[in-house]
Design a protein around this ligand. Structure first.
Ligand code: FBP
Length: 551
């Protein structure tokens, strides 16, 4: 195999650990903190998770040396969308296990959670691990979106673990995967299988966070990658002065990625889905507000600009949200019948007939391609695959047609030429930034401590992350404390509460204070490519969101 010069250099990079995790691994133990409770639906969650509910917060500390730790067999699985740093979680876990006892084994399940069910495994070795240190991607063992949710599946998981003498599984995933990890942990405990389950917070979307989990891994690298590209496009727009660039940014639900990229690059417009929902804006309101800025800039002689569109926008526009909910319920309740409808025309007719009057009106007013995209397959968690809905094109079409009307009325003398972009997959497998390389390695290393301490139903947690790595803390957060009840596939289910953009939080406030200035001036900022070598303020800085949230 041929390696790029950067890949070779990154193999030599030694991830930075928090002070506590630098202590001899067999001295690391945990200190129990206060007991926990979810913020809402506590009684229902308690009934559903009698074994793991109310577990305490955990801090990783240095204890006395325990040279007699037995070897452990641990299984690891990558779940859901790729996020930079996943390989380093596995490397950190592997190194801690081997340092603790050379006879310990790390067994990777191939292709995501289905690898457990199908008993597809690979044992990690120095040769495999060394090839993946500090690299992007999830290809070391692959990932998948199979949902582990039934007791039959849980029993198979236990059987497969027994085959390999695995006594702990580490699930590296987002909110849905960590929800499943908690359900599995509860089941294993109730059945006294002796198998523990530990989660690791992954997702570029940045929406698996709370008071204790400051950030999910991958958010740092992905936003820096997109911000580099947006900065480059801003420079192009500023040079050619002829296009409005509509850039959709990944993030299935929350707008954290869009907000962070806006803070890094100062676009003319950035839509924040959570604000759209809070202000009950319609699709027309959003279009009118973009049109307003296009007209104003054109009066200043600027027929160009940058619009950032969050991927999840469509589900936050109240009329669209209702429409999608109705479609989701119809598809869940009439799955078999829907499958018998062969053409899009038949499907659209059937959907239209069964929607409420308001939703049917909204559905009919959408262009054909968007209607088609709304009817596409759901992901295994019942979510619309928003990355396949071309919101950026829908907005361009609607803005263009409104501007033509204004032109005919003599109210828009300018020009509107557009380009559309979607940045998502470009950022999910980038070489992890130093932040993500260090953070992920620490998360994996610390997961070993939670396992060795006999914990289950916890997420490995690294805190104080806005500071330099030596000041980071390590510990564990019980998954049940992050749960609430939500409607999935038409039924109420316990799930980890998604962290949406807080409209009262510092990152949004800073954006709001500046956006009018950014709209009319071309106050662009060009972050450039991620730097891996050089001064800490260039190479190790966390995201602006993390800095502002920690203030
Ligand atoms: P996770 O929540 O699994 O981390 O995935 C997030 C994400 O990258 C979203 O931003 C995006 O909408 C989705 O995955 C795309 O999924 P897929 O890779 O299946 O196309």
């Amino acid at each position: 195999m041929e390696f790029s010069p950067l890949q070779k250099a990154r193999y030599e990079y030694v991830p930075k650990l928090p002070e506590v995790l630098k202590k001899p691994v067999n001295k690391l133990t945990v200190k129990t903190g206060k007991t926990t409770r979810p913020e809402s639906d506590a009684d229902e969650i308690n009934t559903l998770f009698p074994e793991t509910f109310g577990a305490p917060l955990i801090e990783t500390v240095e204890g006395s040396s325990d040279e007699n730790r037995a070897p452990l067999n641990v299984g690891v699985v990558l779940s859901g969308g790729q996020a930079p740093g996943g390989h380093n979680v596995i490397c950190g876990l592997y190194d801690a296990l081997k340092k603790s006892h050379p006879g310990s084994k790390l067994i990777g399940f191939l292709g995501g959670p289905s690898g457990i069910l199908e008993n597809k495994t690979v044992e990690m070795s120095d040769t495999v691990i060394d090839e993946y240190r500090n690299t992007g991607g999830f290809d070391i063992i692959g990932s998948g979106r199979t949902k582990l949710e039934s007791e039959v599946q849980f029993d198979i998981c236990a059987d497969v673990c027994r085959i390999h003498d695995i006594t702990s599984i580490v699930i590296i995933g987002g909110d849905d995967s960590n929800t499943n990890a908690a359900v599995l942990a509860e089941y294993f405990k109730a059945k006294q299988t002796g198998i523990s389950v530990i989660g690791v917070p992954k997702t570029i979307d940045g929406d698996l966070k709370n008071e204790y989990i400051e950030v999910s891994f991958g958010f740092d690298t992905a936003t820096k990658t997109y911000a580099e590209l947006i900065g480059n496009i801003e420079r192009d727009a500023n040079s050619a002065k002829k296009y409005w660039h509509f850039i959709k940014l990944m993030g299935r639900s929350a707008s954290h990625i869009c907000l962070e990229c806006a803070l890094q690059t100062h676009p003319n417009i950035a839509i924040i889905s959570e604000e759209v929902e809070a202000e009950k804006q319609t699709l027309n309101d959003i279009v009118n507000s973009i049109v307003h800025t296009v007209v104003k800039r054109s009066e200043l002689g600027k027929n160009y600009g940058i619009v950032l569109v969050p991927e999840g926008l469509i589900e936050f526009i109240p009329e669209m949200k209702l429409l999608i909910e109705e479609i989701n319920t119809l598809l869940a309740e009439h799955e078999e019948h829907f499958k018998t409808l062969n053409t899009f025309e038949e499907q659209a007719r059937w959907i239209n007939k069964n929607l409420s009057k308001d939703s049917s009106y909204v559905f009919s007013s959408l262009p054909d391609n968007i209607q088609r995209q709304l009817l596409m397959d759901r992901d295994p968690h019942g979510n619309v695959q928003v990355s396949r809905i071309e919101t950026e094109k829908l907005l361009i079409e609607m803005v263009d047609s409104r501007l033509s009307e204004l032109k005919n009325e003599g109210k828009f003398p300018g020009k509107f030429s557009s380009q559309h972009h979607f940045f998502g997959y470009e950022g999910r497998c980038a070489f992890p930034s130093n932040f993500d390389a260090d953070y992920c390695y620490s998360l994996g290393y610390n997961a070993y401590v939670l396992i060795a301490s006999g914990l289950t139903g916890y997420i490995s947690t690294i805190g104080n992350t806005a500071k330099s790595a030596d000041q980071w803390t390590a510990g564990g957060t019980p998954v049940t404390m992050m749960m609430n009840l939500e409607k999935r596939h038409g039924k109420m289910k316990p799930v980890i509460k998604k962290a949406l953009v807080d409209l009262e939080g510092n990152p949004f406030k800073v954006f709001k204070e500046n956006r009018e200035k950014w709209a009319l001036k071309s106050d662009y900022v060009f972050p450039g490519a991620i730097q891996y070598y050089g001064p800490a303020e260039v190479c190790d800085a966390p995201t602006i969101t993390l800095k502002l949230e920690s203030e």
